[in-house]
Design a binder for this molecule. Structure first.
Ligand code: HEC
Length: 279
């Protein structure tokens, strides 16, 4: 009886699965999804190789400092970095004094000690990066009705994060003629910018990096081309999203070594225990 019951239950699930698959395939054939510009012209991120890639990845601090410089001088006008405190920058190789100077260059929310009214004051090492806009309404008003997202976790929030940011920054271009021919209604609306790496192809962010040398790098660094600045700021955003990446890699490596050691030990004790026992 139990056997028949289990066969029936199994049969029920098999039929249900086959039915839903068949139905899906039928709709796909009879009503194929409409071709859209997003579907045909969206591109996957370009290749980007960073020192922090892979299980043995380490941060290239020189590059992170350059990336920070790009964030500070360009992106911070619109994007916050709310999860990062100024003192965290010491991990990039800045001294305590340099961190204090950097912090003091930002205005953070404060309170007037005599009246108790909200005001702003220069940042200190323990403050977090301030928001560039007072609130979302102000952010939208200044950015064509879009809010520039916080960048702290952007490298984790998007698939292929660092490569995506790099592609986005270097991907602004004119709308391809074929797109307009095929989808005349998909013209980039006024105030938006065509970028095939953005999911819906039209981005409210104007190209932030437009000219080589927009940020001046110190001696001993590569030329600040748009390409290089985009790579550097992407590398920096990998750090902001996961500052403990190196530590995680090291721990993972130690754990794997230990597991190999434990396996060898287990095998040896197994041999030892069964040594001399006849089959
Ligand atoms: C003038 C303001 C401005 C500046 C400067 C700016 N951005 Fe943006 N950014 C925006 C706005 C607005 C959006 C939202 C776009 C949208 O949703 O259409 C955005 C969106 C983004 C996104 C998210 C895209 C997504 O998938 O949602 C990333 C990543 C980004 N910016 C990176 C940067 C970097 C890196 C810099 C500095 C090199 C920078 N931005 C400078 C305004 C700006």
């Amino acid at each position: 009886m139990a056997r028949i019951l289990s066969i029936l239950v199994g049969l029920f699930f098999t039929v249900a699965l086959a039915w839903s698959f068949g139905k899906g395939a039928y709709t796909q054939i009879t009503e194929p999804p409409a071709a859209t510009a997003e579907h045909e012209f969206h591109l996957h991120p370009k290749e980007l190789h960073l020192a922090s890639d892979g299980p043995f990845g380490k941060f290239d601090k020189q590059q992170l400092q350059r990336g920070f410089q790009v964030y500070k001088e360009v992106c911070s006008a619109c994007h916050s970095l709310s999860h990062v405190a100024f003192r965290d920058l010491e991990q990039l190789g800045y001294s305590e004094g340099q961190v204090k100077t950097i912090a003091a260059g930002f205005q953070v929310p404060g309170v007037d000690p005599t009246t108790g009214e909200a005001n702003t004051r220069p940042g200190t090492a323990t403050d977090y990066f301030p928001k560039p806009f007072a609130n979302d309404i102000a952010a939208r008003a200044a950015n064509n009705n879009a809010i520039p997202p916080d960048l702290s976790l952007m490298a984790k929030a998007r698939h292929d994060g660092a490569a995506y940011v790099y592609s986005l920054l270097t991907g602004f271009q004119a709308q391809p003629a074929e797109l307009l021919k095929e989808f005349p209604d998909s013209k980039t609306p006024a105030g938006l910018h065509y970028n095939p790496y953005f999911a819906n192809l039209n981005l409210a962010m104007a190209p932030p990096l437009t000219g080589d040398g927009q940020v001046e790098y110190g001696p001993g660094n590569p030329k600040p081309t748009v390409e290089q600045m985009s790579k550097d700021v992407s590398a920096f955003l990998v750090w902001t999203a996961e500052p403990k990446l190196e530590k995680r890699n090291q721990t993972g490596f130690a754990v794997v070594l230990f597991l190999i050691f434990a396996t060898v030990l287990g095998y040896m004790s197994y041999r030892n225990i069964w040594a001399g026992k006849k089959h």
